[in-house]
Design a protein around this ligand. Structure first.
Ligand SMILES: [Zn+2]
Length: 349
């Protein structure tokens, strides 16, 4: 099966009332872990690469590894997504390579650090939407600014400095026509999201619900949504690591989001923790080992376990066979005819 439009995955998730995990990759083992979890749980899945990942693995290695996954497992709908594109050029290069979805993160300037103005964000996102939709490719935008830094991308600070304004979210959706919208509700990238279990004062689920009510046809995206479970932190620290205690986004809050329009949930940190813990354990317990397979195999298995659990918790498990993936050309037609238009003034239930 060729790679599938992310829009189709999200539209189907909206129909089925579930969320789809979007998992970051940098190498073969991570791709294999995600796909093995998708096969195990019969889940459609979004595999995403940041700019840092594309650089680390080199574009063509990563692209062909993900393509291999879709060839080996035609029963699994797989969308390939550019995470946090910083510019029109980054998104264009991903689309030309064969990604079926891109995020244009115009909430920051192209340095990936400085918050952009609303007008700058609208202008660059609209330009990406025009280029992408003409090629049947899905676009995710971002309004408001997330906290933290990951892969060199991010404004830093807490997630509460630039939370999304619902009026701006509606205007942004109207003026850009994005398929999906990442909103800032207090979450941050990286492992250190919250200093205690988050409550409504730091994780603004009420704001998410408000935005969904105003924008029922735009798929919402939760970034920085690893749960950073204590057991994964503990394994790392038990075998010589030095993580300070931290809290992520509790799964039940993500599930509340999914009940309120969240269709894409980004998870990276949990998988990084799982792999690192497994590798540390081998190094500590079997210091005589030196074949990379001796620690990469348990790392891959540990990541598969976390991904499969998230797939079940987000509700995507069991949905891989629900629908027949459409050719990307169908999306070119759908965008051109207006059938896929999500703008609030046009979209109807
Ligand atoms: Zn993100």
């Amino acid at each position: 099966m060729p790679l599938v439009s992310m829009r189709q995955l999200l539209d189907e998730a909206a129909k089925g009332g579930y969320g789809v995990g979007a998992f970051n990759v940098n190498n073969m083992e991570q791709i294999q872990a995600i796909v093995a979890a998708a096969v195990e749980t019969k889940s459609p899945v979004i595999i995403q690469a940041s700019r840092g990942a594309r650089k680390y693995a080199e574009d063509r290695y990563l692209f062909h590894l993900i393509l291999a996954a879709s060839e080996l497992h035609p029963e699994i709908p797989i969308a390939m997504h550019q995470d946090h594109g910083n510019s029109y050029e980054t998104c264009k290069s991903a689309i030309e390579l064969g990604y079926t979805s891109v995020m244009m993160d115009g909430s920051l300037k192209d340095d990936g650090k400085t918050p952009a103005t609303f007008e700058e964000n609208v202008a660059v996102t609209k330009k990406v939407v025009e280029f992408a939709h003409a090629r049947g490719v899905t676009v995710e935008g971002e309004i408001g600014v997330l906290g933290g830094v990951e892969d060199g991308h991010g404004a830093g600070g807490t997630g509460l400095e630039h939370v999304t304004d619902p009026d701006q979210a509606v205007e942004f959706a109207e003026r850009t026509g994005v398929d999906a919208l990442a909103i800032a509700i207090g979450t941050s990238h990286g492992a250190y999201k919250f200093t205690k279990k988050p409550d409504g004062s730091v994780l603004k689920m009420d704001l998410l619900i408000k935005i969904h009510n105003r924008l029922p046809h735009t798929h919402l995206v939760m970034h920085g949504s690893s749960s950073v479970p204590k057991d994964l932190q503990d394994i790392i620290n038990q075998y010589g690591g030095k993580l300070r205690q931290t809290w992520g986004v509790p799964v039940e809050e993500i599930q509340l989001g999914i009940k309120n329009g969240v269709r894409k949930v980004n998870v990276d940190t949990d998988n990084r923790l799982a792999m690192t813990g497994a590798i540390r354990k081998v190094f500590a317990e079997q210091p005589e080992k030196f074949d990379p397979r001796d620690y990469l195999k348990p790392a891959r298995e540990a990541m598969q376990k976390v991904v499969a659990l998230r797939m079940t918790q987000f509700g995507q498990a069991g949905h891989a066979g629900d629908y027949k993936p459409l050719a990307i050309t169908e999306f070119i037609k759908g965008y051109a005819s207006g059938a896929l238009d999500t703008r609030p003034s046009v979209a109807k239930k």
